[in-house]
Design a protein around this ligand. Sequence first.
Ligand SMILES: *[C@@H]1O[C@H](CO)[C@@H](O)[C@H](O)[C@H]1NC(C)=O
Ligand SMILES: *[C@@H]1O[C@H](CO)[C@@H](O)[C@H](O)[C@H]1NC(C)=O
Ligand SMILES: *[C@@H]1O[C@H](CO)[C@@H](O)[C@H](O)[C@H]1NC(C)=O
Length: 267
Amino acid sequence: MHTVLLAISLLVVSVIGQRVEPFDKNITISNGNDVDLECVISGVADNQFLSWTRITETDGGSVTTDVIAFDEQLAYDGSDPDVPNSPARYSLIKTSTRYTLEIDDAKMEDEGKFECSISKTDQKQAVWLTVKTVPEIDPITGNFFAHENKTYELKCIASGSPKPSIVWSRPGDMLPSGEYLSHGSILELVNMSSSHRGVYQCAASNTEGSVKRTVEITMDHKPEVTVVKEVVLAWPGETASLTCLFEANPSASLTQWIKVDSGRTIK
Ligand SMILES: *[C@@H]1O[C@H](CO)[C@@H](O)[C@H](O)[C@H]1NC(C)=O
Ligand SMILES: *[C@@H]1O[C@H](CO)[C@@H](O)[C@H](O)[C@H]1NC(C)=O
Ligand SMILES: *[C@@H]1O[C@H](CO)[C@@H](O)[C@H](O)[C@H]1NC(C)=O
């Protein structure tokens, strides 16, 4: 009876050959969750070993391959600077049919392509991991002092998954372009004028949420004076008050009221 069973399983192995098959080819989870990348294995001989590799494509287009784990030992012991991920969060579980890479507390940097393969064969299968993350705004232009007629670029860079969309606006006002919104990381302010000073807001959003940051632009401008009431009526003997508002940067001080018909300086 045992002989027969053994014969059958040998037959199956020789028909199928060495195989790895990902349990799930595209996995999407939220930031902070744990995830298992599972590889279903069959027909692996004693002299072959299994590996999980991480395939990273840089912005420049070059591809790096990092072996994360092979067979029952983790290749990555925390000392390998080539593996960009935190080793403590990665672990490996192997059974006779599954070869599982467990990732704890997944982060956006874990996103990408992983490959399960059998050495000395062409057997390999890819798994794509997507870690959905609320956007985070990275270095953004800080508050600054602008000069008249100069051109400035306001930058807002955001990370997040899916890739966040970025929108510039000016709370309670139109952008100098005459639009209410400007899409994209960079907002260009051409020929700065005092009407362009104030608060600008960058918002980064994706399906997970949205975040906002502001930039305040201050600049020199000539003092602007406004009289609250141009005509003030008063009966003889009554107290009348004349109010003048003024705004300037650097700050100015109200120096004098002049009575025009007499040319007399009151104060
Ligand atoms: C999984 O996602 C990757 C990257 O988004 C894509 O290229 C690939 O075709 C997808 N594979 C499957 C099986 O859906
Ligand atoms: C800015 O440009 C205006 C118009 O060309 C000019 O009148 C003004 O003097 C310029 N200001 C500075 C600080 O260059
Ligand atoms: C900016 O100022 C320059 C010089 O005053 C002028 O030639 C140019 O047309 C202005 N550009 C815009 C977009 O207002």
